[in-house]
Design a protein around this ligand. Sequence first.
Ligand code: HEC
Ligand code: HEC
Ligand code: HEC
Ligand code: HEC
Ligand code: HEC
Ligand code: HEC
Ligand code: HEC
Length: 413
Amino acid sequence: MRIFFGSRITATISLLAIFVNFIVFCNNGNNNKKVIAEDPAANSQDQYAGSESCKNCHKDIYQQYSTTAHFHTSATLAKGSHVLDGQQMVPFNHSTVVKVLQEDSLYYQALYVNGKQQIKQKLDISIGAGNTGKTYLSWRENHLVQLPLFYFAPTQQWVNSPGYGDKVVFNRLITPRCLECHASNVEFSQDITRGNIEFKPASLKVGINCEKCHGAAKQHIEFHETHPNDTTGGFTADVSHFTRIQKLDMCAICHGGSMNAIKPPFTFKAGDKLSNHYSYNTVATDVAALDVHGNQYGLLSMSECFNKSEMTCGSCHSAHNNERGQKALFSQRCMNCHTKADANFCTVQNVSQVLLVKNCIDCHMPEQPSKTIEFLEPLTNKTVSATMRSHLIKVYPGDSKKIMAYITKMSKK
Ligand code: HEC
Ligand code: HEC
Ligand code: HEC
Ligand code: HEC
Ligand code: HEC
Ligand code: HEC
Ligand code: HEC
């Protein structure tokens, strides 16, 4: 049985869309808010305009947003694109090496056994903005495979992909779920009986675009282009009026770790209930079972901060700005809720208040090694893991002690 997910039906309903436009231009009664039509056509792919088209009217947001990891989390490697520098060869044993080759402005990964080339595969798509690293995918007709070498940013070296130990694998098939978290859309078909997944390469939209959070915006643009004096907005997913759970779900679709699918990938839209698409535990029970990689939601939901307040991801994170590494700024956001006046401030002793207020983060959300982003260092066979910021906010006596010792040392200098 072959099932096609995507915008196959769009041609038949585009006529309908013209009709629907009529209806939605009449505001819905409640608060004069112009809402996206509840017709499937309104959410089919030809109702999406792409982030580029927001640039003219939302210049500042666009500029800010284009510096984020979301924006850069996947990219197409066209001729001439630059792939990260670094060691260009990874030895696996005395006879086997995988090399990164550059030929005629294109990049390849190639397997050599006893000096003889066995496989050579082009780098077509990068996954990862590069905070921890990047992995590269290659088209084999309508299949997408992950290439063996992963670029690990902290040590600036090519290594075997996490999870592969010392095995060279050129045919790991990429699933739509991988792209649901790292890209904006792709059409695919799945032969359920054989588990064979085929993509439509031309339909892939790389990066996480504005409409992933704001909903299909073609109507919004058409409206503002024809009503230049209207400053009230509308025809977007009404993010700022979402309930707490809607706000959390729109992030948890990609930050909730592994979940069991109920519906196919790419059917979730901002504002939808995540539990209609994936089954997951809102209250996780076992911290040890959750990895710090990719499951910020699971860890946060076990924190007292989260359970005793109306906290959302937006309590600390800006949706449009790249604030990575700005610990003092994040600490300010802790102090929106934790103040001396409210008598719920930090109770740690013997730490300079000046330093304390600049970094709540390293003591209460320490970086921890990920169990899934873990690989063997070439030849030494030493296990190396990426570190991730834990979203389980609490007192970590060990980490606090280390930091206090560091602060004491620095203040004596
Ligand atoms: C022709 C100009 C124009 C274009 C193009 C445009 N917008 Fe808007 N947008 C507006 C105006 C005007 C407002 C209302 C004032 C404001 O909030 O900036 C608005 C408001 C918004 C809002 C606030 C919520 C709301 O609906 O009131 C969002 C979200 C939004 N736009 C998203 C987008 C996205 C995403 C794109 C690109 C896919 C886009 N806009 C393209 C003109 C435009
Ligand atoms: C479509 C999937 C998707 C959605 C929806 C999504 N994220 Fe992400 N987010 C990602 C991926 C993938 C990364 C990793 C990007 C990378 O480094 O390649 C990421 C990275 C981040 C980062 C780290 C950025 C950095 O530079 O360190 C933050 C913070 C974040 N997301 C917050 C949010 C919040 C808050 C929401 C909801 C408003 C959200 N995300 C919605 C997929 C998503
Ligand atoms: C459930 C959503 C989800 C899925 C599925 C997923 N990722 Fe990620 N991935 C994330 C998030 C979120 C981050 C960044 C923060 C983190 O690691 O917690 C990330 C980080 C990464 C990074 C590091 C990015 C950087 O900037 O350093 C790479 C590379 C990556 N993922 C590759 C993949 C590949 C390849 C697949 C599929 C085989 C995949 N991911 C599947 C959500 C996901
Ligand atoms: C990861 C999710 C996410 C992405 C991607 C995203 N936004 Fe937003 N956006 C939000 C959230 C959440 C809010 C509401 C913020 C608030 O309530 O403070 C918002 C608010 C807005 C607003 C209205 C408030 C304001 O700040 O003026 C506009 C306009 C807007 N976004 C445009 C865009 C455009 C244009 C892009 C792409 C360049 C984009 N957004 C990408 C989540 C996102
Ligand atoms: C939206 C409000 C809010 C924000 C933002 C917030 N917290 Fe909390 N936090 C709380 C509440 C409520 C509690 C429960 C105890 C109380 O009532 O003070 C709590 C509890 C804690 C605890 C005790 C946890 C335990 O298990 O004993 C620590 C530590 C803490 N917060 C640190 C932080 C840090 C660090 C930040 C910033 C990274 C932060 N909080 C941000 C509301 C918040
Ligand atoms: C109480 C504050 C707070 C809340 C709430 C919060 N975060 Fe974070 N988050 C942080 C801090 C602090 C960092 C570290 C930032 C840095 O060092 O650049 C971070 C980092 C991240 C990263 C990058 C992880 C890494 O190690 O590279 C992702 C992804 C992320 N947050 C997603 C989320 C999502 C999704 C939510 C909601 C489920 C959320 N955060 C809620 C404070 C928070
Ligand atoms: C040097 C490490 C360190 C820094 C920096 C730090 N804390 Fe703490 N914090 C601790 C330790 C350790 C405790 C437990 C102290 C005790 O035993 O009473 C604590 C206790 C707390 C508590 C009370 C927890 C409880 O169980 O009731 C809160 C809330 C808190 N910190 C919030 C913050 C905030 C907000 C900041 C930033 C403004 C911050 N902390 C900065 C180490 C630190």
